[in-house]
Design a protein. Sequence first.
Length: 369
Amino acid sequence: EEVWIRKGIEARRTRNEGRVRALEKMREERKKRRVSRELKLEVDAGDRSGKIVIECEGVSKSYGERAVIRDLDLVIQRGDRVGLLGANGAGKSTLLKLLLGREKPDAGTVKQGTKLEIAYFDQVREQLDPEQSVADCISDGREYISINGKDTHVVTWLGNFLFTPEQARAPVRVLSGGEQNRLLLARLFSLPANLLVMDEPTNDLDIESLELLEELLLEYKGTVLLVTHDRTFLDNAVSSLLVFEGEGVVREFVGGFSDWVAGGGDFSSWHEPDSPRAVAGKVVASGTSHEARKAEKRERQKLVRELAELPERLERVESEIEKIHEEMAEPAYFNGETSHRREVESKLAKLEAQRDDLYARWEVLESQQ
């Protein structure tokens, strides 16, 4: 059956050489975008905060006899990406609350800078309405959202987070767990915030969403406070660490997790949950059973079928786009009702986003053959 499907793919490739050329062109454009970091993953960092975002002087915090933070001096400046590193229960979440003014220190002072606009990953999670459409979760019913002062169609924005136009119109409740997490990222990075606060954001993210989050943080121009057990993520996302060494000692270290270990950092006594990447590695290592091979074959056949269907799906979408272009080329189009033109242009934007999604999916499937 798989051989037959592949023969069908070859025949369709012959009939769709133009689309293959378009795919190659898109690949080249993507390479250029990744080098120049254009709008593909542009995210909203809001208005610039003051140069000093948060300043701590002599900050201490205890719970009963236990010192969580002792005599901490710290300055966080605009654009810093700070990771909080320590064993479970060391006090990372407590320090976040102190920095953000949600708790008061027992001693010392915490001062926040000017023009701070803070976005919390956990708060965004709580705001998802399962009955609302995916698009409305981002735009509150509007067709366009403002990203760094530029109007961006909500379907186009969601396409950056791997959502198809059909998914954009669907209710949140039909999304898988991984898709809901991508929606959280789409909402979070559409907010005009210059300080992102992320307390264990990687716990419920799949690997695809993790890698997307890493890319988004690279594009983000604001300040980031991050708590995570994912050491690879810390390596890829932060400029410095606040390391909880025990007995209330919190020490700043410039660099990521691997840099800290290379400098003599010791985490051997910490007991932590596996990150999604670590779990995936274990699954791959143990996935040699008969059932695992059967599941892999079924998944491969499913992807082959999807690849076989893509040319026809693209043809239908491109045909609709062509019809709209023909309508817009008619003089009568601009003499018609404004509401009709908006409707047509909105439909065109959705179709073009759908076409781009299909080409992107084609690229992914081709790379797996």
